[in-house]
Design a protein around this ligand. Structure first.
Ligand code: RB5
Length: 151
């Protein structure tokens, strides 16, 4: 696959992020690792924001973000306009996140899924295209929410 993926995690997701980097390497995807770089305690909003900004600026096609549950880091990434970060715990969710939501960031919880599940979820996410059609109208409504609520 000829594109770049930005990855980021907090300390809880660090080990899984390292595994994810090797899956991506095997898929010949170029990886941009925005940290963290050890399992020393750190704060998930810093990494959710960093990955989201790179995806928003089209410096990576997708992002993969990981914290303990995937919740905190996905909430953080979703604060950036244009970002649709989907927390997925199954391949079905990953498929629907791409088909219906055109998710541009996949969020994973290292304390919720194991690395084998993560690999299948990632493969599914990357292999699935947005369906468009009626779903596009809904994404446009999300855009309007962002525009109405700019600070
Ligand atoms: C860190 O202990 C943990 O709170 C964080 O990784 C995440 O699960 C937050 O949503």
């Amino acid at each position: 696959m000829n594109y770049k993926i930005a990855v980021g995690s907090d300390h809880a997701g660090f080990k899984l992020k390292e595994r994810v980097k090797s899956f991506l390497f095997n898929l010949s995807v170029e990886v941009l690792d925005l940290g963290c770089f050890s399992d020393e305690s750190c704060d998930y909003p810093d990494y959710g924001e960093a990955v989201a900004l790179v995806v928003k600026e089209n410096k990576a096609k997708f992002g993969i973000i990981i914290c303990g549950t995937g919740i905190g880091i996905s909430i953080s990434a979703n604060k950036i306009p244009g970002i649709r970060a989907a927390l997925c715990t199954s391949p079905k969710m990953a498929e629907l996140a791409r088909l219906h939501n055109d998710a541009n960031i996949l969020a994973l919880g290292s304390r919720i899924i194991d690395e084998n599940e993560a690999e299948v979820i990632i493969r599914t996410f990357l292999a699935t295209e947005f369906e468009g059609g009626r779903h596009l109208k809904r994404l446009n409504k999300i855009k309007l929410i962002e525009e109405k609520n700019l600070c």
